[in-house]
Design a protein around this ligand. Structure first.
Ligand code: HEC
Length: 144
């Protein structure tokens, strides 16, 4: 699965033509996402709509809750695991590695909705635009 994740991230960087991208990293997608983040990264407040977060909650309940509890996606552990990286790292991980029994099976918009739900779960305010289903675009946003 690691190979699959690295390969798909490498493909994404290839298509977006990110000149600053390092060679394929040794440790999964987070290193790539971090290096792809523009210097002007902004907090992700206002990046999702209430409706999108509610859609994400529904997808989570239908798909992810078979294996995960809601609490895994907020609080201290979530902070330690994900919040040091741009929002793109989380999107990249779930959209390429989850659901574990059929990685990448959901629509990009469904993964983006789960990100919206996770932003809401972690106290970021909603706004009037939606989380884009686009890891490169999400590299510019932070969890706080
Ligand atoms: C069939 C069970 C299963 C389903 C369904 C599933 N996951 Fe997972 N998930 C796992 C397992 C097992 C791990 C830990 C091992 C790994 O990373 O593969 C994991 C790991 C993760 C992680 C990394 C944990 C961390 O914070 O370090 C995230 C994030 C995640 N899953 C999100 C999701 C989301 C979002 C969905 C729904 C789209 C989902 N998972 C569906 C089994 C599942």
């Amino acid at each position: 699965m690691n190979y699959r994740r690295v390969a798909s991230v490498a493909g994404m960087l290839f298509f977006t033509g990110c000149a600053s991208a390092a060679p394929v990293p040794s440790r999964g997608d987070t290193a790539v996402s971090a290096s792809a983040a523009p210097a002007s990264a902004a907090p992700a407040g206002g990046l999702y709509t209430v409706e999108q977060a509610t859609r994400g909650e529904r997808v989570f309940g239908d798909v992810c809750a078979a294996c995960h509890g809601t609490n895994e996606f907020r609080g201290r552990m979530f902070e330690i695991t994900w919040m040091a990286e741009p929002v793109s790292a989380f999107y990249q991980h779930i959209s390429t590695a989850m659901p574990q029994d059929r990685p990448g099976a959901l629509k990009p918009e469904e993964y983006a909705a789960i990100v919206a739900w996770a932003l809401r779960q972690n106290g970021l305010p909603a706004g009037d635009r939606e989380v884009p289903a686009d890891a490169a675009a999400l590299a510019g946003y932070h969890w706080k």
